[in-house]
Ligand binder design. Structure first.
Ligand code: HEC
Length: 151
């Protein structure tokens, strides 16, 4: 009985993979993947901001953790914009993205690059450097949203 149950579970898992519904092949999952990536970026960024403005106490190790996360998270959303059908699956992503995909992707790369600089600045534990790197990093969000995100 247990065996039967196991093989049924395996079978359903396998048939799932035949449909190949992952964030890298299926438009709706791709939208979910990129939106969740953006949410995680937002949460990590907010904590850095709160530390820099004194809303929560500054802790070097906590800042480093957020900056390390941002360095990875900011590399994630972009490939989910190139999945077939991913241009039609969210009303928040403007059609202009796919008309200017190179510009859009290079803005994504810039964000990831600035996140790396923030990560390096965090390693110095010099708040002046962290603040400057954070300001450069934060600029990217609004600049891209103004052009490519509907509200
Ligand atoms: C290169 C362009 C670009 C950059 C840079 C960018 N975003 Fe976005 N962002 C988008 C687009 C496009 C969407 C809409 C995605 C969708 O709905 O498919 C979005 C959506 C979001 C969302 C909503 C996600 C959801 O749940 O629907 C949040 C939050 C967000 N971005 C935060 C940020 C933050 C914070 C930054 C900067 C650290 C940032 N974004 C940088 C393009 C960008």
């Amino acid at each position: 009985m247990k065996k039967l149950l196991l093989s049924t579970t395996l079978l359903s898992l396998l048939s799932g993979s035949v449909i190949a519904a992952s964030a890298f092949t299926e438009a709706e999952d791709a939208v979910s993947y990129r939106q969740h990536s953006f949410q995680l970026i937002r949460h990590n960024m907010a904590d850095v901001k709160d530390m820099l403005t004194g809303a929560v106490p500054f802790e070097a190790s906590r800042l480093q953790k957020r900056a390390d996360a941002l360095a990875t998270l900011t590399t994630l959303p972009w490939e989910a914009f190139t999945v077939p059908g991913a241009d039609k699956a969210s009303k928040d992503a403007k059609a202009e993205i796919w008309q200017n995909l190179q510009d859009f992707q290079s803005r994504g790369e810039q964000l990831a690059k600035d996140a790396k600089s923030l990560q390096s600045a965090a390693q110095t534990q010099d708040q002046t450097k962290v603040k400057a790197a954070f300001a450069a990093f934060a600029k990217n969000c609004k600049a891209c949203h103004d052009k490519y995100k509907a509200d």
